[in-house]
Write a protein that binds this ligand. Structure first.
Ligand SMILES: Cc1cc2nc3c(=O)[nH]c(=O)nc-3n(C[C@H](O)[C@H](O)[C@H](O)COP(=O)(O)OP(=O)(O)OC[C@H]3O[C@@H](n4cnc5c(N)ncnc54)[C@H](O)[C@@H]3O)c2cc1C
Length: 486
């Protein structure tokens, strides 16, 4: 049962030494390490169970007997959750599951965190902490194409999440497409779970990894993972098509097939190369994007990552540019579960050092090891980002009537009119003229494509700015503005 059920609707602000937002691999590793070091920790997560995206567990009601069957490295997760339980029982960690933090603000020397709770977000919680660690992970990047709004088109990472948490397949015959190493994991999981996967369609080419042999050699684990996935794909008879993309989806009520076209090196479709593949589902994604709303709201500095998306500027101790705020895992750039685990532990040791005003010898040695591992894994992450960064020619897939902003139903044609005829030179002006990005998701899905269509060089890799990290009921906002009434 999540702790949220036991929370009063408006608990008095609870003070804690360290607040960790996000209980994925990074946040979980951070929370237990900080508690080991004697800090009083609160771990908040929007989900009901810890584990984040990688260690996503089947919903308890499904009574899965072997949840580890869909995961690699489950023993590591089991070890972390056992430590979490021990610290929770000893009162060193409060785990607030089902708490989605919508804003953090500076209150004197502390941070005040505001969260919504409960299935409809009608509950609220506020707490204060001296130090803050942001481990909010990432979300999937989508590039639109003709037909992507048809039922049967799902996110590739979303399909993986559906399988891990709901134990269901998105379809029987699934084409997996887009770009990035996650596609291989998704295709293998779907095929192993019984789906027919006729093709994995990758817009980039894996050969580009070979141009950085030293980076590859420094991270042999990733190389082994790639080989393991390739062997599994071959075993399941999944055709791997590189330098290609899905440029159209066919079907009236739902997906019946897709057209796959060859791309040039800039991801521009080559005319006359389209081939149809029959399928009932398309699982598509073009990498992941760091989840930065809370950090950007606090003024943390960002940089443009090799994959073209914004990531936090962090030092060797994973401090952000705002004193008192650390970050670990995907907010610092997309890099995978092992990097997230190492960064979570490193950030917690750095916070503990800050709280104590010094480091114990054993912790200092551990930090040296973790920093070395982090540099190696970050180098590989940079290579991965550069290889799979969307080429500028992807906009050649779009037809005038392709919806780019699904929430507000704004088409590529309308955005091009705003840019070419009405003089919009940046995505904010496009938004004001067309409403693209004004809907429920607040531009999380369409932000990247709208920026690319606006063609404003200064916006490349710039972070989105959203004062609220998730939808918040007006009543909750009003109470947060006048806490004495709560
Ligand atoms: C949908 C999806 C599926 C993925 N599946 C795989 C996979 O199968 N294999 C693989 O190798 N990699 C997968 N990844 C990549 C994976 O996320 C990372 O490798 C790894 O989990 C990163 O760990 P993390 O702790 O940085 O982030 P995450 O695991 O994403 O954890 C972040 C946590 O923060 C919480 N959170 C975010 N914002 C808030 C907020 N405002 N308030 C409270 N809580 C918040 C989230 O609920 C989440 O639990 C997936 C990514 C996504 C987006």
């Amino acid at each position: 049962m999540p702790d949220s059920a036991a929370e009063p609707p408006h608990p008095a602000p609870h003070f804690t030494g360290l607040a960790v937002v996000g209980a994925g691999p990074a946040g979980l590793a951070a929370a237990v390490t900080a508690a080991d070091g004697g800090l009083d920790v609160v771990l908040l997560d929007a989900a009901d169970e810890p584990g984040g995206q990688y260690y996503r567990s089947p919903a308890p009601g499904l009574r899965a007997t072997r949840p580890e069957a869909l995961h690699h490295g489950w023993a590591r997760f089991a070890g972390l959750t056992a430590r979490l339980a021990r610290h929770r029982d000893a009162g060193r960690i409060r785990h607030l599951a089902g708490h989605q933090v919508w804003a953090v603000e500076r209150t004197g020397a502390d941070w005040t965190l505001h969260a919504v709770t409960g299935p409809d977000g009608e509950g609220a919680a506020t707490l204060r902490a001296r130090r803050l660690l942001i481990a909010t992970g990432s979300h999937e990047r989508q590039l639109p194409f003709p037909g992507w709004t048809l039922p049967g088109v799902v996110g590739a990472a979303g399909a993986q999440a559906m399988l891990k948490s709901g134990l269901v397949l998105p379809g029987q015959r699934v084409v997996v497409a887009g770009s990035g190493p996650l596609l291989q994991a998704v295709a293998v999981s779907l095929a192993a779970a019984g789906a027919r996967v006729p093709a994995l369609v990758e817009a980039a080419g894996y050969g580009a990894y070979g141009r950085a042999p030293r980076v590859l050699a420094a991270d042999p684990g990733r190389l082994r993972e790639g080989i393991r996935h390739s062997a599994a794909l071959a075993g399941h008879r999944v055709r791997v098509l590189t330098h290609r993309a899905v440029t159209a989806v066919h079907g009236t009520e739902r997906v019946e097939g897709v057209t796959v076209s060859r791309l040039d090196r800039d991801w521009r479709p080559l005319p006359g190369t389209g081939r149809r593949i029959d399928c009932d589902t398309l699982a598509v994604g073009h990498g992941l994007v760091p989840q930065l709303d809370l950090a950007v709201g606090l003024g943390c500095g960002t940089r443009c990552g090799a994959d073209g998306s914004a990531a936090l500027v962090l030092d060797e101790s994973l401090r952000t540019t705002v004193p008192g705020v650390w970050a670990a895992g995907e907010p610092g750039g997309i890099g995978g579960v092992h990097l997230a685990l190492a960064e979570g532990e490193l950030a917690a040791l750095a916070v503990t050092e800050d709280a104590r005003g010094g480091t114990r010898g054993r912790d200092a040695r551990r930090m040296t090891v973790l920093r070395r591992a982090r540099r190696r894994m970050r180098a590989f992450a940079g290579l991965m980002g550069a290889v799979h960064r969307p080429g500028p020619g992807w906009t050649g897939w779009l037809a005038a009537d392709t919806e780019v902003c699904r929430c507000e139903e704004v088409t590529a044609g309308a955005i091009r009119t705003a840019v070419d005829d009405l003089g919009a030179g940046d995505s904010r002006t496009v938004k004001l003229l067309t409403r693209a990005g004004m809907g429920w998701c607040q531009g999380r899905t369409c932000g990247f494509p709208v920026r690319e269509l606006a063609g404003c060089a200064a916006e490349a890799g710039a972070p989105d700015r959203r004062p609220l990290a998730c939808p918040v009921p007006l009543a909750t906002l009003a109470r947060a503005a006048r806490p004495e009434d709560g």
